[in-house]
Write a protein that binds this ligand. Sequence first.
Ligand SMILES: *[C@@H]1O[C@H](CO)[C@@H](O)[C@H](O)[C@H]1NC(C)=O
Ligand SMILES: *[C@@H]1O[C@H](CO)[C@@H](O)[C@H](O)[C@H]1NC(C)=O
Ligand SMILES: *[C@@H]1O[C@H](CO)[C@@H](O)[C@H](O)[C@H]1NC(C)=O
Ligand SMILES: CC(=O)N[C@H]1CO[C@H](CO)[C@@H](O)[C@@H]1O
Length: 590
Amino acid sequence: MKYYWIVMWQILVLSTIVLSAQSTEGRYENVNVKQDWWETAVMYQIYPRSFMDSDGDGVGDLNGITSRLEYLKELGVDATLLSPIFKSPMHDFGYDVSDYYSIQPEYGTMEDFEQLLRKAGELNIKVILDFVPNHSSNESDWFIKSSNRDEYYSDWYIWENGHLNDRGQRSPPNNWISLFRKSAWTYMPSRDQYYFHQFGSSQPDFNFRNPVVVEEMKNIIKFWLEKGVAGMRVNSVNLFFEVDKDVYGGRYPNEPMTGKPNLGPDDYGFLEHVYTKDQEETYDMVSQFRDVFDAIAIRDNLTRIMMTEASTNIKNAVRYYGEGIHTGAHIPFNLALIADLDKDSDARDIKYAVDRWLTYKPLKKQANWVTGNHDKSRVASRFRPELVDAFNMLVLLLPGIAITYMGEEIGMVNGFVPWSETKDPQACNTDDPVNFIEVSRDPVRTPFQWSNGKNAGFSAADTTWLPVAEGFEQLNVAAQRSAVRSHYQVYRTLTNLRIRPAFRLGRFESLALNSDVYAFKRWFNDDTYIVVMNVGKVYHVVNLTAFDLIFGQLEVEASSVLSSRTYSDSVQANYLDLAADEALVLRMQV
Ligand SMILES: *[C@@H]1O[C@H](CO)[C@@H](O)[C@H](O)[C@H]1NC(C)=O
Ligand SMILES: *[C@@H]1O[C@H](CO)[C@@H](O)[C@H](O)[C@H]1NC(C)=O
Ligand SMILES: *[C@@H]1O[C@H](CO)[C@@H](O)[C@H](O)[C@H]1NC(C)=O
Ligand SMILES: CC(=O)N[C@H]1CO[C@H](CO)[C@@H](O)[C@@H]1O
């Protein structure tokens, strides 16, 4: 009790000094802490094929994106990350590149891209490209030359002899399995050898032990940075290297079995990927790539960011921040909110997932938060539609960088794409018209929902490359823009809030107040916020005084769409009743 009064007294004195000196808004601007453009940026991932179609062919394109950049501005986005736009036969929709130096004609021309960059520049939105150096398309010139044993390109990919039995039957070099199922080796008659592919057979892996390949990759990065992109997301970094076969007598060794139940020898999870994932050489390669970004950044006095993507365990994941002599990425993707949480997760699981990343991450580095991408089920479908605002509060108000996959700001749901219309190679590879749905990524790639018009305003075509998700008539940007309360409105409120020092620079503390209610505190000097969310299905009364220095009244800054509270309502710290799914951003009154 005594302590309480001392604190109260201090706060009163402090706030009088501060408030008498300057107005509330002025206080934010006067915070003299230097941050580089990316350090607390809001990033927005666009899947170009599905965002906006400008020429009516049913496929999204660059001019479509350019025409909607103002929408990103309106959302409060600082940078957009574009899924691959390079020339590709589209077996894996751009994640199989046939020419890294040119634009996929379906998406537009180099001039269209330059126009996109100009327009984004005017709006002060940075453009980041998704770079896929692990493998090219099997239709790239490089691969075709390599498969014909062209002298220069011969060693650009991973080639290996197979086995031939007495009856003349051929089998692959070893048991390695692709992420898209089945053998990771495909036979190429022109070379009478097998090539290795971590993903589909249309995606042959580069040989990163060949210095010429590494040089080429660096040239690609340089090329796009010089064109004016602000950074690149480097894909699947932990799959660059396979074990050095010379250590194993010149043959790649079999991988051991995991022994996991219900998996067959065609399933990726059947094997322990000790020879094809997370090899030690990776970290040096990432560091070499980073040098390319830094060289151009220094020359232009403008930071170009390197993001890395790796699906791996936490200890490996944070190694991409750099260690020892190796500089790492500015932003190693944090997949915790995707990989560590599911439908059954409660408040304690959320706290655990958030704290885990913050614990393992090097102290001085920026965290980042992602709830979805073009591979993972949408929040509204993975959890439930009522939790969309709560998850946007996590992404946007936890410390660090926020990354939103297009559509999450309006709470889009997974579309239903029947077997007959399925395009995703990962789903097609199941050859299973019933269970394909478990792995299909098409549902999260359905066209963006702009309006209740034809094809949800995405395209004037008669058919779109994937069908528009059901329910778009109600769930779309236009409807949410004109509604007083909507996910879109909440999202904008949140991006506005995060400009304040408490969210940009402030400290962080969190509690699972019970198994359903997660809450965290962000504060900077005397400006203090509590973000609280009931992720359970029943009503709860919670006591926020469990947090240090939280007492009295708090004022609502933002509330989930179904909450009975609105902006500037007061709530009591020691007795807060929260409806199921209710999420609030509260500000301490001083
Ligand atoms: C590339 O791979 C795809 C899928 O396996 C196949 O259909 C196509 O014929 C291959 N193209 C070349 C040039 O090998
Ligand atoms: C580099 O940019 C920063 C911030 O944009 C600026 O403050 C600084 O003066 C610039 N340095 C040079 C050498 O131009
Ligand atoms: C809330 O917690 C504080 C201290 O933790 C306690 O003093 C107070 O009685 C609690 N309030 C209610 C309404 O339970
Ligand atoms: C999250 C991510 O970028 N996933 C991609 C990884 O790479 C494969 C193959 O290039 C793609 O299919 C995924 O979409």
